[in-house]
Design a protein around this ligand. Structure first.
Ligand SMILES: Nc1ncnc2c1ncn2[C@@H]1O[C@H](COP(=O)(O)OP(=O)(O)OP(=O)(O)O)[C@@H](O)[C@H]1O
Length: 319
């Protein structure tokens, strides 16, 4: 909301690793990262690369198995991928309770809860039990609780999923407001157009590591992120050595459901095969993947994944 969060410094991850179980594979390891205040930070990566894990660690709802996270502001808010809506409260009572836990007085919590429910078009559900809300209604309560106390760090894991169009646009507006007030917003969303064009930082998760992608000219987030050659990057986001973000020779884009495409695709991109679970796999040269993405989005395709083409297995040395 209106509270300024400036001057508290970045959230820092130093040598952070997480695995599930003492012998489980490392999902993330050796993550060194600074999330600057007042920036929009998008986390991207193929399925299972640890985006939700990273968000839970940054939000403080999960702890690293190794390494440290410092600089997390007292008012940190998190919207999980799945909101546990089966609680025995009305939407308003739940929000007032959470607002009080976040340090608001009861009257203030009630006023802000009402304001956020209205903004998300859920004012009529204030007196409805959480368990009786639709998935979309419950999601509105989940995002309202995160915005209630003007957090200094806001972590959104696919928070737009399940919201209607008006509420999605309202959440976009709320995110911009928080960033303007000095809040760090870290988010994951399957739609590469989400908040595209906002100045910000894009993180790429792969092989257990996290690196910042260089900003594009004119925007820092852009549609989904193909790694690009090294370029000037925000001073406080750790910059991988240029060699760490090569343009992959070839990218795979998995997409579905759009209008007919021209016969000749950018960079000679090829439709390779139907994807598992539906959709089409496209293979395109790394330098042309953005152009293909733009074409797909303009033709109303739904983009599921953008990932480097797996490298061929190295040839064996002769014995
Ligand atoms: N609570 C858990 N217990 C065991 N393994 C887990 C747990 N949470 C995540 N994992 C594993 O950690 C890996 C990373 O999962 P995570 O959900 O963080 O990835 P993701 O990039 O968010 O995936 P997606 O894009 O599919 O949502 C996966 O192999 C997943 O099975």
């Amino acid at each position: 909301m209106r509270t300024s969060e400036r001057g508290r410094g970045p959230v820092r991850l130093a040598g952070v690793g997480r695995r599930y179980g003492p012998r489980g594979p490392w999902v993330l390891r050796g993550v060194d990262l600074e999330l600057p205040e007042g920036r929009l930070v998008r986390a991207t990566g193929a399925n299972g690369t640890g985006k939700s894990t990273l968000l839970r660690l940054v939000a403080g709802v999960d702890a690293p198995a190794e390494g440290r996270i410092t600089g997390r502001p007292a008012r940190t808010a998190y919207v999980p991928e799945r909101f546990p809506a089966a609680l025995p409260f009305t939407a308003l009572a739940h929000l007032v309770h959470l607002g009080r836990l976040q340090g608001l007085r009861t009257g203030e919590a009630r006023a802000r809860a009402g304001e956020w429910l209205e903004r998300f078009g859920a004012g009529a559900y204030a007196g409805t039990a959480l368990a009786e809300l639709s998935k979309g209604g419950a999601q509105k309560v989940a995002v309202a609780q995160a915005l209630l106390a003007a957090p200094g760090l806001l972590v959104l894991d696919e928070a737009w999923t399940g919201l209607d169009e008006g509420a999605r646009a309202e959440l976009d507006r709320a995110v911009r407001e928080r960033v303007a007030a000095g809040c760090t917003v870290l988010f994951v969303d399957h739609d590469p157009r989400r908040l595209a064009g906002e100045a910000g930082v894009t993180l790429r998760l792969e092989h257990g590591g996290v690196h910042a992608l260089p900003p594009r000219p004119g925007d820092g987030a852009g549609p989904d992120p193909a790694p690009r050659p090294a370029a000037p990057r925000p001073a406080r986001v750790p910059a991988p050595a240029p060699a760490a973000v090569p343009v992959p020779a070839s990218m795979r884009i998995v997409a579905s459901g759009g209008r007919a495409l021209p016969d000749v695709l950018p960079g000679g991109a090829a439709r390779v095969s139907p994807a598992d679970g539906g959709g089409v796999v496209f293979r395109v040269g790394g330098g042309d993947s953005d152009e293909l993405l733009r074409l797909l989005l303009a033709a109303s395709w739904h983009v599921h994944r953008v990932e480097p083409e797996p490298a061929p297995a190295p040839a064996r040395e002769p014995a």
